[in-house]
Design a binder for this molecule. Structure first.
Ligand code: ZN
Ligand code: ZN
Length: 142
């Protein structure tokens, strides 16, 4: 077994999840892709017959709960998933063709500080989601 695989096992165990071949394969896909992917696409990437959509969905839910993966809604008609280990980044989505680009430096930290000041009942914000929806240049020309 190579180092990458061992690291994946360590990440899964660190979240108190059982290491299964499906979880291992899914986490490997997410880490390698570093972009949002749907359940359907994940099933297709796995070795044939390893898991169906329901199994993959359940495994992804366990990852989301454990903080190994994030759900992303790119308005593609389904939820996408991405590795939660990727840095703070967000998505710029073309609502015509579905093109997705990443962007960083969202400036959210400052906003969160201000919001928390105005909402004293909240003590902290652990994570945030931000997707921007618009039209890409090639769709604009059509
Ligand atoms: Zn477009
Ligand atoms: Zn951010």
């Amino acid at each position: 077994m190579n180092h990458a695989k061992i690291n994946l096992q360590v990440s899964i165990r660190a979240k108190h999840l059982k290491v299964t071949p499906i979880r291992l394969a899914l986490l490997e896909c997410l880490e390698q892709l570093q972009k949002p992917i749907s359940i359907q696409e994940l099933v297709e990437l796995l070795p044939t017959g390893l898991a169906d959509q329901v199994t993959v969905y359940r495994a992804m839910q366990s990852f989301v709960k454990a903080g190994l993966a994030r759900e992303v809604n790119l308005r593609h008609g389904h939820v996408d998933y991405e590795s939660a280990s990727s840095s703070d980044h967000h998505h710029l989505v073309c609502t015509s063709c579905g093109r997705v680009e990443d962007f960083e430096e969202c400036g959210m930290d400052e906003l969160i500080r201000d919001v928390l000041k105005k909402h004293p009942e909240f003590s902290q914000v652990q994570e945030h989601a931000l997707e921007l929806f618009g039209t890409c240049k090639s769709c604009m020309k059509k």
